[in-house]
Design a protein around this ligand. Structure first.
Ligand code: PNS
Length: 164
């Protein structure tokens, strides 16, 4: 039986920090499901779920079918159960992430005691990278080189050009 982990998030857009977490998760489990969250009622993301997944796919070609690309809405624990997994992966940057992540992990385990969240500390180079800041910088015409792959940078430029 393959050991499968779910890596959920907004990933709007995926950064080098997120991609690093997927690569490192693949050292620990057989399969990683990159699970982009969406809300059909309230779409306030910059990128559509499929675009966010395409950006991951472009970067993780070498992993082949060990990475599964999917999107979900509703409760994460229900999705994890549907995907027949028990492990949730989350990246941790600074201590400021910890309280929110700890609370979510405990809530999820309260709902499904058989599930566990595994935290991977972010790579040192990605300590300060956050999709929210990447979007803000790109929207103000700043450079996000080194924070996201070049094709993500290009998509960001295109999105904000459309909006201008
Ligand atoms: O990248 P993000 O935005 O920090 O990811 C947050 C995410 C998607 C993991 C979280 O919002 C989530 O699990 N959403 C699904 C709804 C849910 O299960 N909520 C209860 C959490 S205890």
């Amino acid at each position: 039986m393959k050991r499968r982990a779910i890596y959920p998030g907004s990933f709007d857009p995926p950064t080098y920090g997120h991609i690093d977490i997927v690569r490192r998760s693949l050292e620990l489990v057989d399969e990683v499901v990159v699970a982009v969250v969406y809300n059909p009622q309230k779409e306030n993301y910059l990128f559509a779920p499929q675009e966010r997944l395409d950006m991951f796919r472009e970067e993780l070609k070498e992993a082949g079918d060990r990475v599964i690309y999917d999107s979900f809405h509703g409760l994460l624990v229900d999705y994890v159960e549907r995907m027949q997994a028990k492990i949730i992966i989350r990246g941790l940057r600074a201590a400021s992430d910890f309280e929110y992540e700890f609370q979510m992990a405990l809530m999820n385990r309260h709902m499904k005691p058989e599930m566990d969240t595994v935290f991977l500390t972010t790579g040192a180079a990605h300590f300060y990278t956050a999709a929210r800041l990447v979007k803000e910088i790109a929207s103000l015409d700043g450079s996000v080189k080194g924070l996201v792959p070049p094709h993500v940078e290009k998509r960001l430029r295109e999105k904000f050009a459309q909006r201008a």
